[in-house]
Every structure is written in structure tokens, then in C-alpha cells.
Design a protein around this ligand. Sequence first.
Ligand code: ATP
Ligand code: MG
Length: 428
Amino acid sequence: MSKKIQAIRGMNDLLPEQSPRWQYLEECIRRLVAAYGYREIRMPILEQTALFKRSIGEVTDIVEKEMYTFEDRNGDSLTLRPEGTAGCVRAAEEHGLLFNQQQRLWYAGPMFRHERPQKGRYRQFHQVGVETFGLEGPDIDAELIMMSARLWRELGILNALTLELNTLGSSESRQAYRQALTDYLSQYHAQLDEDSQRRLTTNPLRILDSKNPQTQALLQDAPRFDDYLDEDSRAHFNGLCQLLDAAGIQYTLNPRLVRGLDYYGKTVFEWTTQALGAQGTVCAGGRYDALVEQLGGKTTPAVGFAMGVERLVLLLETLKVFPDRIDQTVDVYLAANGEGAESYALLLAERLRSEYPDLRLLTHCGGGQFKKQIKKADQSGAQLALLLGEEEMSRGVASVKFLRQDLEQTELPISDLARFLKDHLQSR
Ligand code: ATP
Ligand code: MG
């Protein structure tokens, strides 16, 4: 026997028993974005490598070590998208959706990052992203956060999540602060962890969210960004906080929240949970007013967020808040025995589906004894089994067996079945 080929490490199959949970979450998200008037955009999964280098930033974790980059047959450097914002901006700009316009967009799909696979961290994972353009905020910043909060409330996980909020100010104030932080930390170069030593010259702000305790201790007395924040950003941030207060949305101010991507300025936020261990961020976003211009467009204010679908599914599972009903995929199992009955069953099934379009009906295929078929019916999760034998056929009736209720088996004329199923299943 030849060796079996397996899936790529960190890239998961989604099996049929898990997919109802994804579908449930996706449905909730579709309802949510529709309720706020956001429109869907779909971008390719492959983009020119330069797009990500120019937007995410050359010295970020993603571009330095996480991208799936390769040359295609023409020798062009292409990259499997590690996130959606860059492609969304590219597409919106390319099709003239940005200049002098306001857009509220969303997308969903797989992203690719070459990270060390572990619980909540994969090499192919899925995000739902929301991006808005042409709106300066802070009202739109607040809308995005209120929208995410509404989703958590509907899913029943709001209590397990904390909203962390920060502002990264204007690029001038960030630059001044970066210098001050670099000057301060350079004195303690030898005491910094290895990653932070490297970041000191490449991306010093990222040192703020280092997990290393010694580095964190050094940061206690570091210069504070608040002292460098420009007035415009301060007013924007205060405005956002007031809107969130008015909406009753709780948040924690986290001056260490800097985010891993270069394009953020002003508002940044993350929704985090304690319930998932180290991979605790389920949704993250912020404002990126400079990105459209950086990618060749006219200056366009923009703000958005992305949530990690795998982490949300994990959280909903951990908190046991998935509704039971979503695992049930069939209502009725149609069993038939005998040559005439078996071939009629397929036609009867078609007729029932036409007469009752919401019906979810599984037809037994392959024949066999009723006993065996009823066992299959039970395993299918169906509420009812319809039994069609030769003798019943000749009388124009079918038997109804209740699989989940303590009720006597009963017989009904075939012409009454659709109405009966509708009444019975809807009254449950
Ligand atoms: P982390 O700090 O966990 O690495 P990040 O800052 O790299 O996250 P973003 O780029 O902001 O993440 O992506 C938004 C969301 O996408 C994250 O909050 C997370 O829920 C999800 N996400 C990011 N990377 C992965 C991954 N490798 N596997 C699964 N989900 C991920
Ligand atoms: Mg990451």
C-alpha cells in the first residue's frame, strides 16, 4: 500500500459534524452586518507580495516570518493573503470605490500565516473583516465597536470578553514617542529579551506588548505615550470613549496595546478572553487613515476590525453556548422495504419536499430490513421515520414512527403526509 498523503500542518479540514457550528456563527454574522448596512466584498486569496510589504510593513512579524510567498510560473512574487485589509483597500481603490465616497464593507474567508500551530493558532485560519472608508470618526469607530458588542451579546459571550482600547496618535506623535522609547530602552539593551533587542532598531513600539516579565518590568518607568499624544488624536479618543460610555459598553484602557501591523494610527482595540489560554484575542481592529495613500490612493480615513473565526468557535464551545438545535440536520427519515416501495420512496420524497419546502428529509438508500433502516433513522437525528412497505403501499398509506417522543406509531394516507409533517414539526 502506498503512503497516504496528509493535510498540510496547521491547515484544518472542517468536518461535517463541526460545520453546523460554523454555519450558525456565519449566519449570526450575516444578520449582524446586514443590520448595519454593510456590503460584502470578495477579494482573491492571492495578491502581489508587494501589496503586503507596503501595507503591513517590512519589519512586522507577518512580513518578516509568517507569509506564504512564492514565485508563480511567470516569475511574479505572489503571497497567500495573511489578512484582509490590504486586499480590501487594493480592490476598493482599483474599482473606484474610495475617492469622495463612504463605504461600509465586510468580507470573510481564509488567511494564511506560517506560525507555530497550536490551539487557536493555525496556518490557514479564517477571518471575518469589516472595513469602513471615508469616515473620520469617532462616531464610526464607536459604531464598529457597538456592532462587535452586539454580536457577542447575541452569541451569549459578551460576559467572557474584555474590550481593550488605546490610541496610537498621529504619525508625528508616534515618531516622537518612538524616539523617546528607544532612547530609554537603549540604556537597558542587555536586559531586554532577544526579540525586544531586535525590535529596538526595527519596531520599538512592539516591545510594549512583549510577554517577557523582565522586559515588562523595565517598561514600568518608560516614557508614556500619553505625554506625546497630539491634540487631534486626544480629542478623537475622548470622543470615542464618550460614545462608548453612552452606549453602556465597558472597556479597559491599555496603553500597551500597539497591534502587530504598521498601518494603524489613532484608535486601536482588541476583544480578549481569559477562556482560551494564550490565544485570547478574538477580534482586533483600529484606524488606518494613512493606508489608502500609502497604497497609491488619495488620503482616505479608514477604520475596521477582523475577528478570528476558529477562536470564536472555540470560545462558543468552551462556554457551551451553541444552541442544541444546530446539530440537528434532518427532520424526517424515509424508510422503504420491498421493490415497489423502495422505488416509490424516492418519488414520494420529491413530492414531500415540493409540498413542504422547509422539510429536511433523508431517504434511505440501499434497501434492507426495516429494523436496520430504523436504526439508521435513529442515528440520523431525525424526529420521525416514515415507513413504507408493500402492504402499506397497496392501501395508499405510510406509517409514522416517533423517534424522540413516547407516542404510538400511527398510519396516515400518503396524501396527508406533507400537512401532517408540517403541523407536527412546527409545533415542536
Ligand atoms: P495574535 O496576537 O494572536 O497573533 P494578531 O495580532 O496577529 O493575533 P490580527 O492580525 O489582528 O491578529 O488578526 C485578527 C484576528 O485573527 C486575531 O485576533 C485572531 O482572532 C485571528 N488570528 C490571527 N492569527 C491567527 C492564527 N494564526 N490562527 C487563528 N486565528 C488567528
Ligand atoms: Mg499574530
